[in-house]
Design a binder for this molecule. Structure first.
Ligand code: URA
Ligand code: SF4
Length: 217
């Protein structure tokens, strides 16, 4: 007998409102990541937000606060949204994986670990349910984890960043998708090209914004 694949599926509520989803997600044990994290970090923003931003997973600060994008990557994202003329109030911000994955180094410091494909797939039912209730006009995948969750494991951000893509029909009809780098990648860039990396990130957000404006009119 093969072991059952980890999945959030049995934890999803029948009622599909944002509030019902968020409440149910607090109790998710769909994969092992709930064991060491402080809490589920569900998405944040209004239902029917026209732009949905998807990161990888909560970081250390998000895990403590229970909200996505409140740490250093979130601050860079906020600045980039501002530079791309996107009001954060029209965005719904979430992650591909809802629990913080980490290792402890030395004493207390918690070091971010990338979620693996099994965890991303296990958590995807929450993300798909969010897409269904938010019904955004455009989805921005911030980094490979989010992009591969929606567009498949072979998707490469480096070859398709900034392009206007569509979701596979099996996921949802409607929203356009733009993939870009993760804000942490811009933060980590210590080279003399960091300003360029930041500008390219802002440009990708701008292209998402123009798609959204076109579909709104
Ligand atoms: N990085 C992410 O991908 N998501 C967050 O919420 C914070 C940092
Ligand atoms: Fe559930 Fe996702 Fe947390 Fe795993 S990471 S326990 S699937 S909410």
């Amino acid at each position: 007998m093969t072991a059952a694949k980890p999945t959030a599926e049995p934890f999803l509520p029948t009622k599909r409102s944002l509030r019902a989803l968020q409440t149910a997600a607090e109790k998710c044990e769909g994969c092992s990541l709930f064991e060491n994290a402080t809490q589920t970090v569900f998405g944040h923003g209004k239902a029917k937000s026209p732009i949905m931003l998807i990161g990888e997973q909560p970081g250390d600060q998000e895990d403590r606060a229970g909200l996505p994008f409140v740490g250093p990557a979130g601050r860079l994202l906020a600045r980039a949204l501002n530079d791309a003329d996107i009001d954060p109030g029209i965005t719904y911000q979430t992650n591909a994986v809802k629990h913080f994955k980490f290792t402890r180094k030395g004493g207390k410091r918690r070091i971010h670990q990338k979620p693996n494909r099994t965890e991303v797939v296990a958590c995807r039912p929450w993300l798909l349910a969010e897409i269904e209730v938010i019904h955004p006009q455009v989805i921005v995948c911030l980094g490979a984890t989010a992009a591969q969750s929606l567009l498949g494991a072979t998707f490469r951000v480096s070859t398709h960043r900034g392009e206007v893509l569509t979701l596979p029909a099996a996921i949802a009809a409607g929203p356009a998708v733009v993939a870009t780098v993760h804000p942490s990648a811009v933060l980590r860039d210590r080279s003399d090209r960091r300003d360029e990396a930041y500008q390219a990130f802002v440009d990708d957000l701008r292209s998402a914004r123009s798609v959204q404006l076109r579909s709104a009119s």
